[in-house]
Design a binder for this molecule. Structure first.
Ligand SMILES: Nc1ncnc2c1ncn2[C@@H]1O[C@H](COP(=O)(O)OP(=O)(O)OP(=O)(O)O)[C@@H](O)[C@H]1O
Ligand SMILES: [Mg+2]
Length: 256
């Protein structure tokens, strides 16, 4: 099966720093692919390059068989390349419902249409409730986001990304700052989503990564140092070395 998304020798330099160095990855549909690596490894830069937030220095991004390397962000989003951010970025003054509805409306192309038909507005509202239900936020949908727990705000970001109708969902540290219970819940959600679409997961919680990933790609200093199943990666000496001195490897070692 050909991958839904791939990069070929993708590089991004910042001055003298190669944040990404000749990265080639192939992402399969309906799988969870985790991208791990120590701080500064290039994980967020890879998502930014794939989603078009950052122009690349060299290399290509191929999505659904097309070279999209120079496509603007909105064209990529429209075709289903959706992402969340490492830093929580919901509209805090709006409710969860409003945040998702705006994203859904934008996806349906109705954001600038003053006279959207009643039918299409009804559909957007129905879709919004379905997405909120899917992520488990129905009960909190009408409260202002500023009153939501941090974990719920992170989940809301996943909901906003889902409103974009993703074929590939890219999540940048969705479990950051979550309690163990919240992490378990979001892990279950991500694992389920990975049966329906391609999920690219950047995450430091190794227990979560090991339990829900189909495959793992390990970045270190901008380059790929390993790729494989969770079992293969947890046994990889080069990966352990890359994480040496980082407390983030500890949970993984504990799995051995
Ligand atoms: N806009 C930028 N300008 C200059 N350097 C940058 C920029 N963005 C990232 N970098 C550098 O590129 C490298 C990779 O950063 P990146 O944010 O992709 O790492 P990361 O793997 O996501 O790390 P973390 O786990 O801490 O989020 C780092 O050395 C970082 O300092
Ligand atoms: Mg990052």
């Amino acid at each position: 099966m050909s991958p839904i998304l791939s990069t070929s020798e993708l590089s991004r330099h910042f001055g003298g720093v190669a944040a990404l160095n000749l990265v080639s990855v192939a992402i399969e549909d309906k799988q969870v692919r985790s991208i791990i690596g120590p701080n500064g490894a290039g994980k967020t830069t890879l998502i930014n390059a794939i989603t078009g937030r950052l122009p690349v220095t060299s290399g290509t991004v191929t999505y659904l068989g097309q070279d999209i390397t120079s496509w603007p962000i909105h064209d990529r989003v429209k075709r289903g390349l959706c992402r969340t951010f490492q830093i929580t970025s919901v509209f805090k003054g709006l409710t969860a419902f409003e945040n998702v509805r705006i994203a859904r409306q934008a996806h349906k192309g109705g954001s600038l249409r003053l006279f959207a038909s009643r039918g299409s507005l009804k559909q957007v509202t129905e879709d919004t409730w379905a997405i909120l239900e899917r992520v488990g936020l129905t009960d909190k949908a009408l409260a202002p986001c500023s009153s939501l727990a941090h974990g719920d705000q992170r989940v809301l970001e996943v909901a906003i990304a889902l409103a974009g109708g993703p074929r590939v969902l890219m999540l940048d540290e969705p479990a950051a700052g979550m309690s163990p219970t919240e992490t378990d819940q979001v892990a279950k959600l991500i694992s389920d989503l990975g049966r329906e679409m391609a999920v690219v997961l950047v995450e430091h919680d190794m227990e979560m990564v090991m339990s829900i990933s189909d495959r793992i790609t390990v970045l270190h200093q901008g380059g790929i140092i390993a790729e494989g199943t969770p079992a293969e990666i947890s046994d990889n000496e080069q990966v352990k070395d890359a994480y040496l001195g980082s407390e983030k490897w500890a949970p993984l070692v504990a799995l051995d």
